[in-house]
Design a protein around this ligand. Structure first.
Ligand code: FSO
Ligand code: SF4
Length: 515
């Protein structure tokens, strides 16, 4: 096997025997086969035409190969067959692509093609969520075929480099689509305080990004005496009016994804995974794990398309939850978390923010966002946030925030200094705010007192980074380490054009960014 798509890849170069994530060589082989089949399908579609079925299939297939989504060879085999059949129906002569060709290619070509491939995997995840809510963008859907066909063709750097940036451009459109889907379906997020105490009695933990699954679970548990707690990337769901109106959506359980094996070990409740990040399931809690949609893990109960969560509900009633309310805290001891500061909320008080900047009360904005992960060195982000001066605002998003989202950083002019904008796809909100500030101050985004200190783990972070580069955003600090798939020459291009760099120490970076 060969896989170097995530931040924790073996030795910082690539997993070749077994994935650090727990992925086996056969599963890695099947994921490569699935991507190779999608490349074949893209070539077939270019000759004929895409259909809603091929669009849906390609999004689901790409999402399935994202890190910590599927560990299940049986369902992967079914998917490969399904893509192959679709391809053969369109063009019997189209052949699957052998991914070994990519892994063995010249390192710069491999690097650019990998940026495109991993970028579209992230876009596919967001497009898949939007499609579930009935929102599709033909331009986004068409790009999957263009990008994949390019990955499977002999092309030079001159063609691939613009496609890397186009991946970022398309992802911006896709994040806008998902923002529209979420807010039109569930309302504009409002600032919401989320308890960490688990109330006594039966409960269900729901994790991942899919708000539609949460909505269905809330409806199916209504009046049954079962409380619902979010976990990981589901936390921002509390801020949506259409979801928070369900009074049994009580709070948030646990911290970021990489702590699940410890946090789920003794919990008297089932856990429903709607997307990544699922880790290899330990025996201590394997009777309580349920998956749905793209997430699959061998031997776990999978809730199919019919979305009947009855087995999860039955398990919650059987386990019964805690006998008394159980007080829990975030990793820094905080008892509640605050979320719901999307572009709707922040731009709603734009006048206040702009006045505070003009009066000198707000000196700087930091966007400290991205994924969390298990590797050491990620304490950097906690320390960085702790060190931000009292006259600065910290915007955050995605699961990396669990390192610091229970800290009380106080307020500036009635606004909390730490504002959670939502899931990773809500990077769209951060971009909207940055663009609005640039407009208000009549300057370029790069001239704003705004610094981006990002953490990455998997492929959604790749497409977000490409969006920021597409927008011409410079001086991004990225950690905890730079991606293995960026070759020295490609890195040079990124440094020369965007001055992107690795994080160093919180002290040195803070001094540099404020200096
Ligand atoms: Fe985290 Fe996992 Fe949102 Fe990623 S939950 S690591 S960027 O999947 O999706 O931030
Ligand atoms: Fe390794 Fe990451 Fe690939 Fe898993 S997803 S096999 S940890 S590079």
């Amino acid at each position: 096997m060969f896989c170097f798509q995530c931040e924790q890849t073996a030795k910082g170069t690539g997993c070749e025997v077994k994935g650090v994530c727990g992925k086996t060589a056969p599963v890695a082989g099947l994921q490569d086969k699935l991507v190779g089949a999608c490349i074949g399908l893209s070539k077939a579609v270019k000759k004929t035409a895409a259909t809603p079925a091929t669009d849906a299939c390609i999004k689901k297939a790409l999402f399935t190969t994202v890190t910590n989504v599927s560990f299940d060879d049986e369902s992967l085999k079914v998917m490969v067959d399904c893509v192959d059949k679709m391809k053969a129906d369109l063009d019997p002569t189209a052949e699957d692509y052998d991914m070994a060709k990519l892994w063995d290619d010249n390192e710069d070509i491999r690097s650019l093609k990998t940026l495109i491939l991993l970028g579209v995997k992230g876009v596919a995840a967001y497009a898949h969520h939007a499609a579930i809510l009935g929102y599709n963008d033909p331009e986004v859907d068409a790009f999957f075929y263009e990008a994949l066909a390019a990955v499977g063709s002999d092309l030079g750097m001159d063609v691939l480099l613009p496609l890397v940036l186009k991946t970022g451009e398309i992802n911006l459109k896709c994040m806008a689509l998902l923002d529209k889907a979420n807010t039109e379906t569930y309302g504009t997020p409002v600032p919401t305080e989320v308890p960490l105490t688990i109330e006594k009695g039966p409960f269900i933990i729901i994790t991942g990004h899919d708000l539609h699954d949460l909505k269905l679970l809330l409806e199916q548990t209504e009046g049954k005496g079962i409380n619902i707690y979010t976990h990981g990337e589901m936390l921002p769901a509390h801020a949506y009016p259409g979801l928070k109106k369900h009074t049994h959506l009580k709070g948030n359980f646990g911290t970021a994804w990489q702590n699940q094996q410890k946090e789920f070990a003794a919990v008297p409740a089932p856990v429903l995974f709607t997307t990544n990040c699922i880790m290899p399931v330990k025996e201590s809690y394997s009777d309580r794990i349920f998956t749905t949609d793209v997430v699959q893990y061998p031997d776990m109960i999978h809730v199919g398309k019919e979305k009947d969560f009855a087995p999860v509900i039955k398990k919650a009633l059987e386990l019964g939850g805690y006998p008394e309310d159980k007080e829990m805290t975030g990793i820094n001891g905080g008892k509640t978390l605050l979320t719901g500061f999307g572009h709707g909320t922040v731009l709603g008080v734009a006048d206040k923010v702009i006045a505070a900047v003009k009066a000198g009360d707000i000196k700087h904005f930091f966007l400290v966002g991205g994924c969390d992960g298990a590797k050491t060195g990620r304490n950097y982000y906690t320390e960085f946030v702790e060190k931000t001066p009292a006259d600065t605002i910290v915007l955050t998003l995605a699961c990396g925030k669990y390192r610091f989202n229970d800290l009380d950083l106080g307020t500036i002019g009635g606004l909390p200094r730490l504002m959670d904008m939502g899931q990773c796809n809500d990077a769209y909100s951060a971009i909207q705010v940055a663009v609005a500030l640039a407009g208000a101050f009549d300057c370029d985004v790069n001239e704003l007192p705004l610094s981006m200190v990002l953490s990455w783990y998997e492929q959604k972070a790749v497409c977000i980074l490409l969006t920021l580069l597409h927008l011409g955003i410079k001086n991004i600090l990225l950690g905890p380490s730079l991606p293995a798939f960026i070759s020295p020459n490609v890195l040079n291009v990124l440094v020369e054009n965007y001055n992107i760099g690795p994080i160093t120490t919180p002290e040195a970076d803070m001094a540099k960014l404020l200096g």
